[in-house]
Design a protein around this ligand. Structure first.
Ligand SMILES: Cc1cc2nc3c(=O)[nH]c(=O)nc-3n(C[C@H](O)[C@H](O)[C@H](O)COP(=O)(O)OP(=O)(O)OC[C@H]3O[C@@H](n4cnc5c(N)ncnc54)[C@H](O)[C@@H]3O)c2cc1C
Ligand code: SF4
Length: 569
């Protein structure tokens, strides 16, 4: 009786695993619909504003002026490669020694284990997918076809854009559908020059302002969230005191809490999902206390696994039962396979000698964007799919630091404008999901909490190399024709992972023999388990993925609650 009473206390309508971008949205949607929801987060509590220790610090207040020490770099060969791992935001990122994994092939896994996940750290770029992206696998004959297309997700993009607040311009492009935007930020004059020249020289290529999750002009719904206008401080990775950019901490989680329906449990590491073979469904989850390693079970009618793509794979692979010896719902054998990511290897820098009477002033939380133009309407290159690119141009200043005394003070106080404008682009390429790109669990080695270590067996292929070459050729041509000089290109040859857009392993598809999830992100074999983070992605497109996770999550919760009400779950 006593045990039953405690079990009842640990029973909810829905369990959401992880509190990042996807988990935050799942929590908000369930709570708004009146479902008592337990959000389980492996990391520590981070409350909006209360737990942003560096947010108002000036550069001179940092012990190392914002930089990392040599010791920190040596101790963190993986995470220190990420541009955000600096003195002001490193407390939001997982250090290499904290949560080890096995690199069967080099894989730079960048993680944020805390309430809010990586939503605190992200670069807030939010481009919609287009019909070309959803039809890609079927048209080009790779992976498995998507079970949804653009029209299924279009209203859900609008739904999440309205609440999150996305700034952007309506550009009317097939490859990058417009959304429900707040006013756009402005391109600099050299970016506008590039935009004009590209438009003049190429019918199929466009330079636009990148869409981003910033409140350029808040709406009433944003004030209701307690958020205000973005002041373009560009210190977002510290957590924003104004809630100027979208994060779970500033937006979805406080909203869910206000309903009175959310229980948020930080320091709660989900070990596995519990499957009941008699009931033919999942009944709850096993949770390890991050401090004591004690195991406790929680129960719910519906479980959303949104722990970030690879963590979600690990939880499902670790959820073994007599019915599912190879991981929950893994009748097809595809769990953990077809992992893909974004190809961010190539970049270009250049100078522009004009506009000598102008300069950039102040900040802006976004930059320019060049949507995918390769292989859009037809196959035209020797590689599959394509790439989008970032673009920015600015004019900086320099100071002479050679002198001493009064002369040094004067030159520091009076920086000189650089002679030329500097511009740059970086590629964001689609990679093809392959069976051989996979993650598995180590059969014997465990971490400090007793969870099996993950093995990363993911690599680039020949298609990616060809795409890098094409980006370098095409962008060199575009910048040259637009009058830029001193053009330099680079293939960083960085390992997968550093793009921080890992996807797949629990892919959607119409056929249960080749996929894990149906068109509602619902497990084919376990109907009350849903996956809506990057793990569900059948292919990767070129766009930054988080907006799509938000839309898929809101759509899946809507479906799940309707099914719950019908008594189907
Ligand atoms: C520097 C940087 C820049 C980025 N820029 C962009 C961008 O411009 N645009 C874009 O779309 N994306 C960007 N991303 C990626 C973006 O942050 C992710 O796509 C997004 O956060 C994924 O959401 P998620 O909910 O799946 O995962 P997360 O936000 O990582 O949240 C997952 C949560 O689950 C928790 N968790 C993990 N395992 C468990 C477990 N076993 N039990 C309980 N909890 C668990 C984690 O601690 C975490 O809090 C960027 C990321 C970084 C780091
Ligand atoms: S740029 Fe905007 S969102 Fe980012 S820290 Fe500044 S005010 Fe906040």
């Amino acid at each position: 009786m006593e045990i039953l009473k405690h079990a009842e206390k640990r029973t909810y309508g829905a369990i959401v695993i992880g509190s990042g971008v996807a988990g935050g949205w799942a929590a908000k949607e369930f709570c708004d619909k009146g479902i008592k929801t337990l959000v389980l987060e492996r990391g520590r509590k981070v409350t909006h504003n209360e737990d942003y220790p560096t947010t108002l610090m000036s550069p001179w207040e940092f012990e190392h002026r914002g930089r990392l020490t040599n010791e920190e770099i040596a101790a963190n060969p993986v995470v220190s490669k990420c541009y955000a791992f600096k003195e002001d935001a490193k407390h939001f990122m997982v250090k290499d020694a904290e949560h080890p994994y096995v690199q069967d092939k080099p894989f730079d896994w960048i993680r944020g284990y805390q309430v809010g996940g990586k939503s605190l750290l992200w670069a807030r770029q939010t481009q919609r997918w287009s019909q070309f992206d959803f039809e890609g696998p079927a048209r080009d004959g790779f992976a498995t076809p998507w079970p949804i297309d653009y029209k299924d997700i279009d209203p859900w993009y609008s739904y999440v854009e309205y609440f999150a607040g996305i700034s952007g311009n309506k550009d009317g492009l097939d490859s990058l559908p417009d959304g429900d935007f707040l006013p756009p930020y402005e391109l600099t004059c050299v970016e506008k020059h590039f935009q004009k020249e590209v438009k003049r020289m190429y019918q199929d290529r466009h330079v636009i302002v990148a869409r981003c999750a910033h409140l350029s002009e808040p709406r009433e719904i944003h004030y209701q969230q307690g958020r205000g206008r973005c002041m373009s401080r560009n210190l977002c990775q510290r957590g924003c005191p104004y809630g100027g950019y979208f994060s779970s901490n500033a937006s979805t989680l406080p909203w869910a809490a206000k309903t009175g329906n959310m229980t948020l449990r930080p320091d709660s590491i989900v070990d596995s999902v519990i499957y009941d073979s008699k009931k033919g469904k999942a009944i709850g989850v096993r949770v390890i206390d991050a401090h004591t390693n004690e195991m406790v079970e929680y129960y719910a009618k519906v479980i959303f696994v949104t722990a970030a793509a690879l963590n979600t794979n690990a939880i499902l692979l670790n959820s073994k039962s007599v019915r599912f010896p190879d991981g929950l719902g893994n009748d097809s054998g595809v769990l953990g396979k077809y992992v893909a990511f974004h190809n961010y290897r190539a970049s270009l820098s250049a100078e522009f000698e004009g506009y000598a009477d102008t300069k950039t002033a102040g900040s802006r939380p976004t930059s320019g964007y060049i949507p995918r133009f390769r292989n859009l309407y037809k196959q035209e290159t020797n590689f599959l799919r394509g790439y989008a690119a970032g673009m920015s141009a600015g004019r900086g200043t320099h100071t002479d630091r050679e002198s001493v005394g009064e002369s040094l003070k004067n030159s520091l106080l009076n920086p000189k404008l650089n002679t030329n404008w500097y511009a740059g682009s970086h590629m964001m390429g689609e990679t093809i999901p392959k069976e051989t790109n996979k993650i598995t669990l180590d059969p014997t080695k465990k971490d400090a909490h007793g969870l099996p270590l993950m093995h990363m067996d993911v690599s680039y292929d020949d298609n990616d190399d060809k795409m890098v070459k094409d980006f370098i050729e095409q962008f060199t041509e575009m910048y040259t024709k637009a009058g830029f000089t001193n053009i330099r290109t680079r293939d960083s040859k960085q390992a997968p992972g550093l793009d921080i857009h890992e996807m797949g392993g629990v892919r959607m598809g119409a056929d249960p023999k080749t996929s894990m999830l149906n068109k509602w992100n619902q497990m084919h074999a376990v109907k009350n388990v849903f996956v809506t983070d990057g793990a569900c992605m059948t292919s990767t497109s070129t766009q930054n993925p988080s907006l799509t996770y938000m839309a898929l999550t809101a759509r899946a919760v809507d479906y799940a609650v309707k099914e719950m009400k019908k008594g189907n779950l």
